[in-house]
Design a protein around this ligand. Structure first.
Ligand SMILES: CC(C)(COP(=O)(O)OP(=O)(O)OC[C@H]1O[C@@H](n2cnc3c(N)ncnc32)[C@H](O)[C@@H]1OP(=O)(O)O)[C@@H](O)C(=O)NCCC(=O)NCCS
Length: 146
């Protein structure tokens, strides 16, 4: 499948938010999604094919830390390399901004995401018990040193 990763624009935001809404048990509110996108510390990317949004990701850069805030692929376009391309772009972007490491949190049961992150070299460095309030699930904290 041919697609491109580009910075997310306000025009992309509605379609990207639809992906957020169907991808998570407790999605961000639309307001949080837009505010995060407009936060000057945050950089949002979209995967696009012929104007269609296939997925998106947010990375926040504070000093030398790149925090992967969110990443999701439309359910109909999963397992086609979209998540890998988005993560690759966010990590390259962060390195270009002189980040020296990337951090993220992920649900312990989210095998697809954990596998994606491990493929990039992220390792589990910590576990937060009951971090996710909807089901009391633990979070894994994963780190990638550049
Ligand atoms: C996690 C997610 C973003 C992956 O996106 P994707 O576009 O399907 O990922 P890709 O096709 O680029 O796959 C990249 C790698 O991820 C892993 N992966 C993806 N889906 C997987 C699955 N269902 N089971 C196991 N591994 C999986 C594989 O290692 C894959 O590499 P490979 O194809 O070389 O084996 C997607 O499943 C998703 O949107 N999930 C819901 C939202 C979410 O949980 N986001 C993460 C929040 S922390």
């Amino acid at each position: 499948m041919t697609f491109a990763i580009t910075p997310m624009t306000m025009e992309d935001a509605d379609k990207a938010y639809e992906i957020e809404a169907v991808s998570f048990n407790t999605p961000w509110s639309k307001d949080t999604f837009i505010k995060t996108m407009n936060n000057p510390l945050t950089h949002a990317f979209a995967a696009k094919a012929e104007g269609e949004i296939l997925g998106y990701g947010f990375v926040m850069i504070v000093l030398d830390e790149a925090h992967i805030l969110n990443i999701a692929t439309h359910p109909e376009h999963r397992k086609k390399g979209v998540g890998k391309a988005l993560m690759g772009e966010m990590l390259d972007f962060a390195k270009g901004k002189n980040a020296s490491f990337a951090l993220l949190e992920v649900r312990k049961s989210n095998n697809a995401a954990i596998k994606l992150y491990e493929n990039f070299g992220f390792v589990i460095i910590d576990e937060r018990k009951g971090y996710y309030q909807d089901n009391n699930e633990d979070a894994l904290i994963m780190l990638l040193n550049f």
